[in-house]
Design a protein around this ligand. Structure first.
Ligand code: ASP
Ligand code: MG
Length: 467
């Protein structure tokens, strides 16, 4: 049995939480079946955000911010050692390791503030320290419990990515070869490698990061490289849910769900997993288990390919808030090839991410839904480049929400859209825009944000998701 376990920042920020996860690891390690195990460790809660803030302070030339930061981070990572490592020799070794890493970090920060410039590449280098500080702590805690461990960065075990700093993608062929030749002999000897999540290296040996929440991705990349039997993502939530429990009282944890459904849910903002983390395990069919480290009695959610036949057509209702709708139109758009391309190109060049698109067959307008934060950029770029030429009007609707109904059981079943929109109409909510992908895995529509909770509750009830 080969297991990859990932521990998120939410389970790493206090001595008692660290002891909880150490106990979990030990219980698997001591199992008589002696599984081969690899642990992937995130940064402590808030540390990644803190480093991003520091990078902004460095750009402003704020030298004092570095001192404050270093004091803070030293305190957080050193104080935690006392209660979690009993053996004084191991504890002082851990302390040395942490202080060395902080010293290296400080030297880099002092250099960066001198030029007051942060590039995507140097930011990734800075960000890597969050995980680099946490992995040795867990490693020494486990040694203190008699477990044979070694810690590594993702780069050291051979995860190679492209150079798209901040959102790098693994080059899977090279990565597979390197990671398996590094890790497989080690786990065969009973060593438990502790690997930093989130960080990797490109072909020039520069540090890269896999995007926020990237530790999930590290875990599934490793799992696919060593052909693991299962991946556990440990955090402080019970699992993926039928709806946001702060909207629907009767929201439930989903016991089992397919890769495709989980991908839809994640892409639609159920912020539990890195959006690309499912890719590496999809083909190899390795199940993913989302588990709560503080609620071991709860079985969590299992994401797999082979689903037991489920009676639920719809699995989950997801709301994405803080979005805005742009309606771009003009008679000149009708029958003119390249119109959509120039609109999207303009938005792409200005780094506006598009969430939803629809165009009716009359071709006289295109509706685009985007994050509210991107709205200013989107309007300015379209006005500057295209207004008065290809497009004649630009209407904006702020404060809208996207509601998505997700479930692979919808495919080929008649009447789902009818049920969705009847339920919505009965709760007196007006639908502004509708999109369904031809995969029929999801049906998404846009409504006023003030109607959002009402709509989600109505659909949760319509598809009987409380039961
Ligand atoms: N520390 C990184 C983040 O906060 C990666 C992770 O937690 O998975 O995004
Ligand atoms: Mg995190």
């Amino acid at each position: 049995m080969r297991i990859v376990m990932k521990f998120g920042g939410s389970v790493l920020d206090s001595p008692s939480k660290i002891m909880t996860i150490v106990k979990i690891i030990k219980s698997y390690y001591d199992n008589e079946k002696k599984p081969e195990m690899i642990c992937v460790i995130s940064a402590m809660t808030g540390v990644t955000d803190r480093i991003i803030l520091l990078s902004e302070q460095i750009v402003r030339g704020d030298k004092k911010a570095i001192d404050n930061f270093v004091t803070e981070i030293t305190q957080n990572h050193i104080e935690i050692l006392n209660p979690v490592i009993q053996d004084p020799i191991l504890r002082s070794e851990a302390r040395e390791v942490i202080l060395d890493i902080i010293q290296e970090f400080k030297a880099i920060l002092d250099g960066l503030v001198l030029i007051s410039e942060i590039t995507p590449r140097s930011l990734d280098h800075m960000l890597s320290f969050g995980e680099r500080l946490m992995a040795p702590i867990i490693c020494y805690c486990l040694r203190d419990q008699g477990i044979d461990t070694k810690y590594f960065t993702g780069k050291e075990i051979g995860i190679i990515t492209d150079s798209n700093y901040g959102e790098a993608s693994p080059l899977m062929n090279t990565t597979k070869f390197r990671v398996s030749s590094k890790l497989v002999p080690m786990i065969a000897q009973g060593i438990v490698p502790i690997v930093t999540g989130y960080i990797a290296g490109d072909q020039y040996n520069h540090t890269t990061t896999l995007g926020r929440s990237g530790s999930d991705y590290t875990a599934t990349i490793i799992a696919s490289c060593i052909d693991a039997d299962v991946v556990y993502l440990w955090s402080n939530v019970d699992g993926l849910m039928t709806a946001d429990p702060s909207i629907v009282d009767g929201a439930r944890v989903l016991e089992e769900i397919s890769y495709n459904e989980a991908a839809e849910m994640v892409l639609f903002g159920a912020k539990y997993i890195h959006p690309r983390a499912l890719e590496p395990v999809l083909d190899s069919n390795i199940p993913l288990k989302i588990r709560n480290a503080f609620n071991l009695d709860h079985p969590g959610t299992t994401i797999t390919k082979n689903l037991k036949i489920s009676s639920n057509i719809v699995k989950s209702i997801i709301a994405i808030r803080n979005t805005a709708l742009l309606d771009v139109g003009g008679g000149g758009m009708v029958g003119a090839p390249g119109t959509a391309a120039s609109i999207f190109e303009t938005l792409a060049n200005n780094k506006v991410n598009i969430m939803m698109i629809s165009q009716g067959p009359s071709e006289s307008s295109i509706s685009i839904v985007l994050r509210h934060d991107d709205l200013g950029k989107a309007i300015a770029s379209l006005e500057l480049k295209l207004l008065g030429r290809i497009i004649k009007h630009l209407n904006v609707l702020e404060n809208v929400s996207i509601v998505t109904v997700v479930g692979s059981g919808m495919r080929g079943i008649k009447g789902i859209a009818g049920r969705v929109f009847t339920a919505i109409a009965k709760s007196n909510v007006n639908v502004i825009m509708i999109v369904q992908g031809s995969s029929e895995l999801n049906l998404a529509f846009v409504i006023n944000d003030s109607d959002c909770n009402k709509a989600v509750r109505a659909l949760h009830k319509e598809f009987d998701l409380d039961h």
